[in-house]
Design a protein around this ligand. Structure first.
Ligand code: G4P
Length: 547
């Protein structure tokens, strides 16, 4: 069925948050860069599809869906990963709605890719947390929420699947408040639930949104009413429902905090909307909520100084690298978050890590299902830069200044295995393949100081399988992953002499990561206790800043 979107509703001026806007050029002020976080199956894919529907990116819907379905089984997942096209174009999507420009950055759905997710979240200014109305806060929601909290990121909540039996509204709100320790302000209030779900009462604008059960892809109707005492309510709900709504809204307004824009922007309060992504219900209010309340592009921490979006000079950092659609050509797309300035195609930027200039002649922005070569972009936008491996995660591009964006971490892997080429003559190819994956951030690769081979570290078991399948696909090289004696890895730092002495005394444990930094491979927890005692000047750490 073709998807339809209605004409946009006007934004009431009074609701726009302009507190941050005056010093920003209008093109930057109208940008909202965000991610969606959720537990698998809560409805992230469906919601994404509806966003794109509103944004007019209709062709996209099928692709996003294909991905949602592929998620389900392991073999399908790997097939999906091989169809790089889908994951590349779905990594960042831009759409315009009602005068606001949205950049939606995809977070990987699978648990095993949490490090990737963490880095994606460094590239956005806000997040939407989707929860299933029947299930409430689930494990993955909670983990991702904690990551957002570390950065005090503003979070909007969408309680999905209200067309099905769901939990009591107060109970859901209580659960979020308690489990996530954040204030929850209702932006809408559901009327009925499950089969009796009628729609939601918009608490921010005092009007009723009615769900259309006949057509899932049509935008919900807004029935203009004059508050809860308007007799017109009776046309849309039973007298009991009207009574319950009036009671609950009174209770909600009395007991729950009212929406406070500042508390939201500081990450202490989340507004919650109730809806059904599948029925396109509540989606428009959510987008409107992003437009009205989510912050425009924010300053980014960097060394030696913070970078502000309104600075005229262009700067940005790479937060994700992805192999391109065609496995035969080893080109990749580096995703760059623009942090300042007005970027124009063909610009020559300074690649800070190598110190070399780089002409960005064919940057892409992912609009709808097509990658489009873009002519210009603004701070807040995500652009894809095709390259042959020069760009790595954490890299900065500037107009000359030696900036280093901070807070883009690498985490010590929790699972380690030795990787061997099926054909020993092809060890060189394996070297190359592993280097590529290390640079993409898909795995950590360590070269032991003693002995040969590579130790590959990942966060989740599934990644080994994905890697083996990609090495075979992209390099024609069958590989084996085998268990090692190591259970963890730590980056080593400290005064030069202390580190050298430490490395000398622990040769059997030492390795280098793909940047050449020293890493201590752990066998037993006891190793760490011993080091703390014997080498007090040496620091072993489980995270490292990507440079
Ligand atoms: P995810 O990306 O967060 O993992 O979730 P996804 O959107 O794929 O949705 C998971 C399942 O929940 C899908 O059903 C989807 O249709 C359903 N769903 C999403 N939003 C709603 C909603 O508002 N109401 C109801 N009732 N269901 C919803 P599925 O049967 O697993 O897949 P499919 O066959 O529908 O694609």
């Amino acid at each position: 069925t073709p998807l339809r979107a209605g004409p946009p509703a006007p934004i009431p001026r009074a609701m726009q948050d302009l507190s941050n806007a005056p010093q920003l050029p209008p093109e930057i002020a109208r940008r909202r860069t965000f991610a969606i976080i959720s537990h698998p199956d809560a409805g992230k894919t469906t919601l994404t599809e509806k966003f794109l529907l509103y944004g007019g990116a209709i062709q996209m819907a099928g692709q996003v869906r294909a991905k949602g379905e592929a998620r389900r089984t392991r073999s399908d997942f790997m097939k999906m990963e091989q169809e790089r096209g889908i994951s590349v174009s779905a990594s960042a999507m831009s759409f315009e709605w009602n005068g606001t420009w949205f950049n939606l950055v995809d977070t990987p759905g699978h648990d095993d890719f949490s490090e990737d997710t963490y880095r994606v979240l460094t590239a956005v200014d806000a997040a939407i947390m989707v929860i299933d109305g029947a299930k409430g806060v689930e494990s993955q929601t909670r983990k991702l929420f904690e990551v957002c909290r570390l950065r005090d990121m503003p979070i909007l909540t969408f309680c999905n699947k209200m067309d099905r039996e769901s939990r009591d509204t107060f109970e859901i709100i209580d659960e979020i408040q308690e489990m996530l320790a954040i204030d929850v302000a209702p932006a809408s209030w559901p009327v009925g639930q499950g089969r009796d779900f009628v729609g939601a009462y918009d608490l921010l604008r005092d009007r009723l949104n009615v769900m259309d059960r006949a057509d899932r892809n049509v935008r919900a109707k807004n029935v203009e009413i004059a508050g809860l005492s308007d007799p017109k309510l009776a046309d849309h709900m039973s007298p009991e429902q009207a009574e319950t709504l009036a009671e609950e809204v009174e209770m909600a307004r009395g007991l729950l905090p009212a929406f406070d824009g500042q508390a939201f922007r500081e990450g202490h309060m989340t507004p919650i909307w109730f809806g059904s992504a599948l029925n396109s219900f509540g989606v428009q209010e959510l987008i409107q909520g992003l437009a009205d309340h989510a912050p425009p592009p924010q300053p980014r921490p960097a060394e030696p100084r913070q970078v502000s979006p309104e600075e005229p000079k262009v700067s940005g950092f790479v937060f994700k690298v992805q192999a391109n659609m065609d496995p035969k050509h080893r080109d990749r797309v580096a995703f760059l978050r623009l942090c300042s300035g007005h970027f124009k195609r063909g610009m020559k930027l300074h690649h800070v890590r190598s110190g070399k200039p780089m002409a960005i002649s064919n940057p892409v922005m992912f609009l709808a299902s097509e990658r489009e070569v873009l002519d210009d972009a603004w701070a807040g936008d995500i652009i894809g830069i095709p390259n042959h491996g020069q760009l790595r995660i954490g890299d900065a591009l500037t107009e000359g200044e030696n900036l280093r964006f901070t807070g883009i971490p690498a985490f010590a892997p929790e699972l380690l295995q030795t990787c061997r080429a099926g054909d020993p003559m092809k060890a060189k190819h394996l070297d190359k393949a592993l280097t590529q994956f290390a640079e993409e951030g898909a795995a950590k690769v360590f070269k032991p100081q003693i002995g040969s081979g590579h130790i590959v570290g990942v966060v989740g078991q599934l990644q080994f399988e994905v890697l083996a399948s990609r090495i075979e696909q992209e390099y024609g090289l069958p590989v084996r992953f085998e268990p090692t004696q190591f259970t963890g890895a730590r980056w080593v730092s400290g005064p030069k002499e202390a580190v050298e002495a430490f490395m000398k005394g622990n040769k059997g444990h030492m390795a280098e990561d793909s940047d050449g930094d020293p890493v201590y491979m752990i066998r037993l927890q006891w190793d760490l206790d011993r080091i703390a005692r014997d080498h007090p000047q040496v620091t072993l750490s489980a995270t490292k800043e990507m440079l």
